[in-house]
Design a protein. Structure first.
Length: 82
């Protein structure tokens, strides 16, 4: 039962990855806009850039991990005999 629940939290496809990255971006821009209100001037702008930059880094890592997992699965499958 726990394995079935655990599989819900595993990113398996690029579509799922892009959906998660989109959600992260929405949250980051919302938080960044709050920073612009709380810290007017350069401080708020730098914090806004930091929140959006974190999404770029996280998105790249998620997509790299998907590619790595796909390569790992393909390497574990026996080669088809011709």
């Amino acid at each position: 039962m726990l394995k079935k629940i655990g599989r819900l939290f595993v990113i398996k496809t690029k579509f799922e990855a892009y959906a998660i990255i989109y959600a992260l971006a929405l949250g980051a821009t919302a938080r960044g806009s709050q920073y612009l209100v709380e810290y007017p001037g350069w401080g708020g702008k730098l914090l806004f850039l930091a929140t959006t930059g974190a999404v770029f880094l996280a998105g790249a890592k998620i997509l790299d991990c998907l590619r790595y997992e796909k390569e790992k699965r393909n390497a574990q499958q026996p080669a088809a005999a011709d």
